[in-house]
Design a protein around this ligand. Structure first.
Ligand SMILES: CC(C)(COP(=O)(O)OP(=O)(O)OC[C@H]1O[C@@H](n2cnc3c(N)ncnc32)[C@H](O)[C@@H]1OP(=O)(O)O)[C@@H](O)C(=O)NCCC(=O)NCCS
Length: 178
């Protein structure tokens, strides 16, 4: 378990899966995530099995986000870890909407970046965010991510194409000499 200022990050357990089904069944939560349909428990369980294998192969890191008093509110992780070039793509979702805009996302990301830069010895962490996800963009800027580029019209949603930004942060920008 890794403890931040407002959250702690812990492994995802099978018992967490019904909450993922609930969260990603909500179009407002799903709006800026890759999932365009909701899933029932059975595919979530299959996803979880695949996840365990990828964790064992050290291809990814994924952790549940809990408040310090133990409420599971979301998950955060590093996908596609590139150990040779020392970079990884970050993904985050806070599924409990009443916890949005209170700094939990920023703290979960800072806590994960501590692991990424101080323990995993990564050099660069980046993410993709919908250009119209103002909450997400603001959250990442607060943590110190910079806009590194724009993927033009890369998302098709609600009948139109939308841009995504690539945002990234280097270990040194997070205060870690590497
Ligand atoms: C995006 C997400 C991870 C951010 O987590 P969070 O805990 O809500 O974020 P924080 O509270 O740390 O920061 C959000 C910031 O955006 C601001 N914000 C919210 N809505 C905004 C808007 N429409 N325009 C500008 N800023 C906005 C908040 O005020 C806050 O900034 P502040 O601390 O300066 O006041 C979370 O809301 C979430 O998971 N949303 C649904 C799924 C998603 O979008 N995932 C990310 C995909 S890349």
């Amino acid at each position: 378990m890794i403890v931040g200022e407002k959250v702690r990050l812990r492994p995802i357990e099978r018992e967490d899966l019904p909450r993922f089904v609930k969260w990603f069944g909500d179009p407002e939560v799903r709006r800026h995530l890759a999932a365009y349909i909701s899933f029932s428990l059975a595919p979530e369980e299959r996803w979880f099995e695949g996840l365990l294998e990828r964790l064992e192969r050290q291809e990814i890191v994924i952790l549940a986000i809990e408040t310090l008093d133990g409420v599971h509110i979301g998950s955060v992780g590093l996908n596609t870890i590139d150990w040779k070039n020392r970079n990884a793509e970050l993904g985050i979702a806070i599924g409990e909407k009443e916890y949005w805009d209170q700094g939990y996302g920023a703290d979960a990301i800072r806590t994960l970046l501590g692991l990424a830069f101080r323990e995993m010895n990564l050099h660069h962490v980046f993410l993709r965010v919908d250009a119209d996800n103002a909450r997400g963009v603001r959250c990442y800027e607060k943590v110190g991510f910079r806009r590194e580029g724009t993927l033009r019209e890369v998302v098709f949603q609600e009948g139109a194409y939308h841009d995504q930004y690539i945002m990234g942060i280097l270990a040194a920008e997070f205060g870690v000499d590497d």
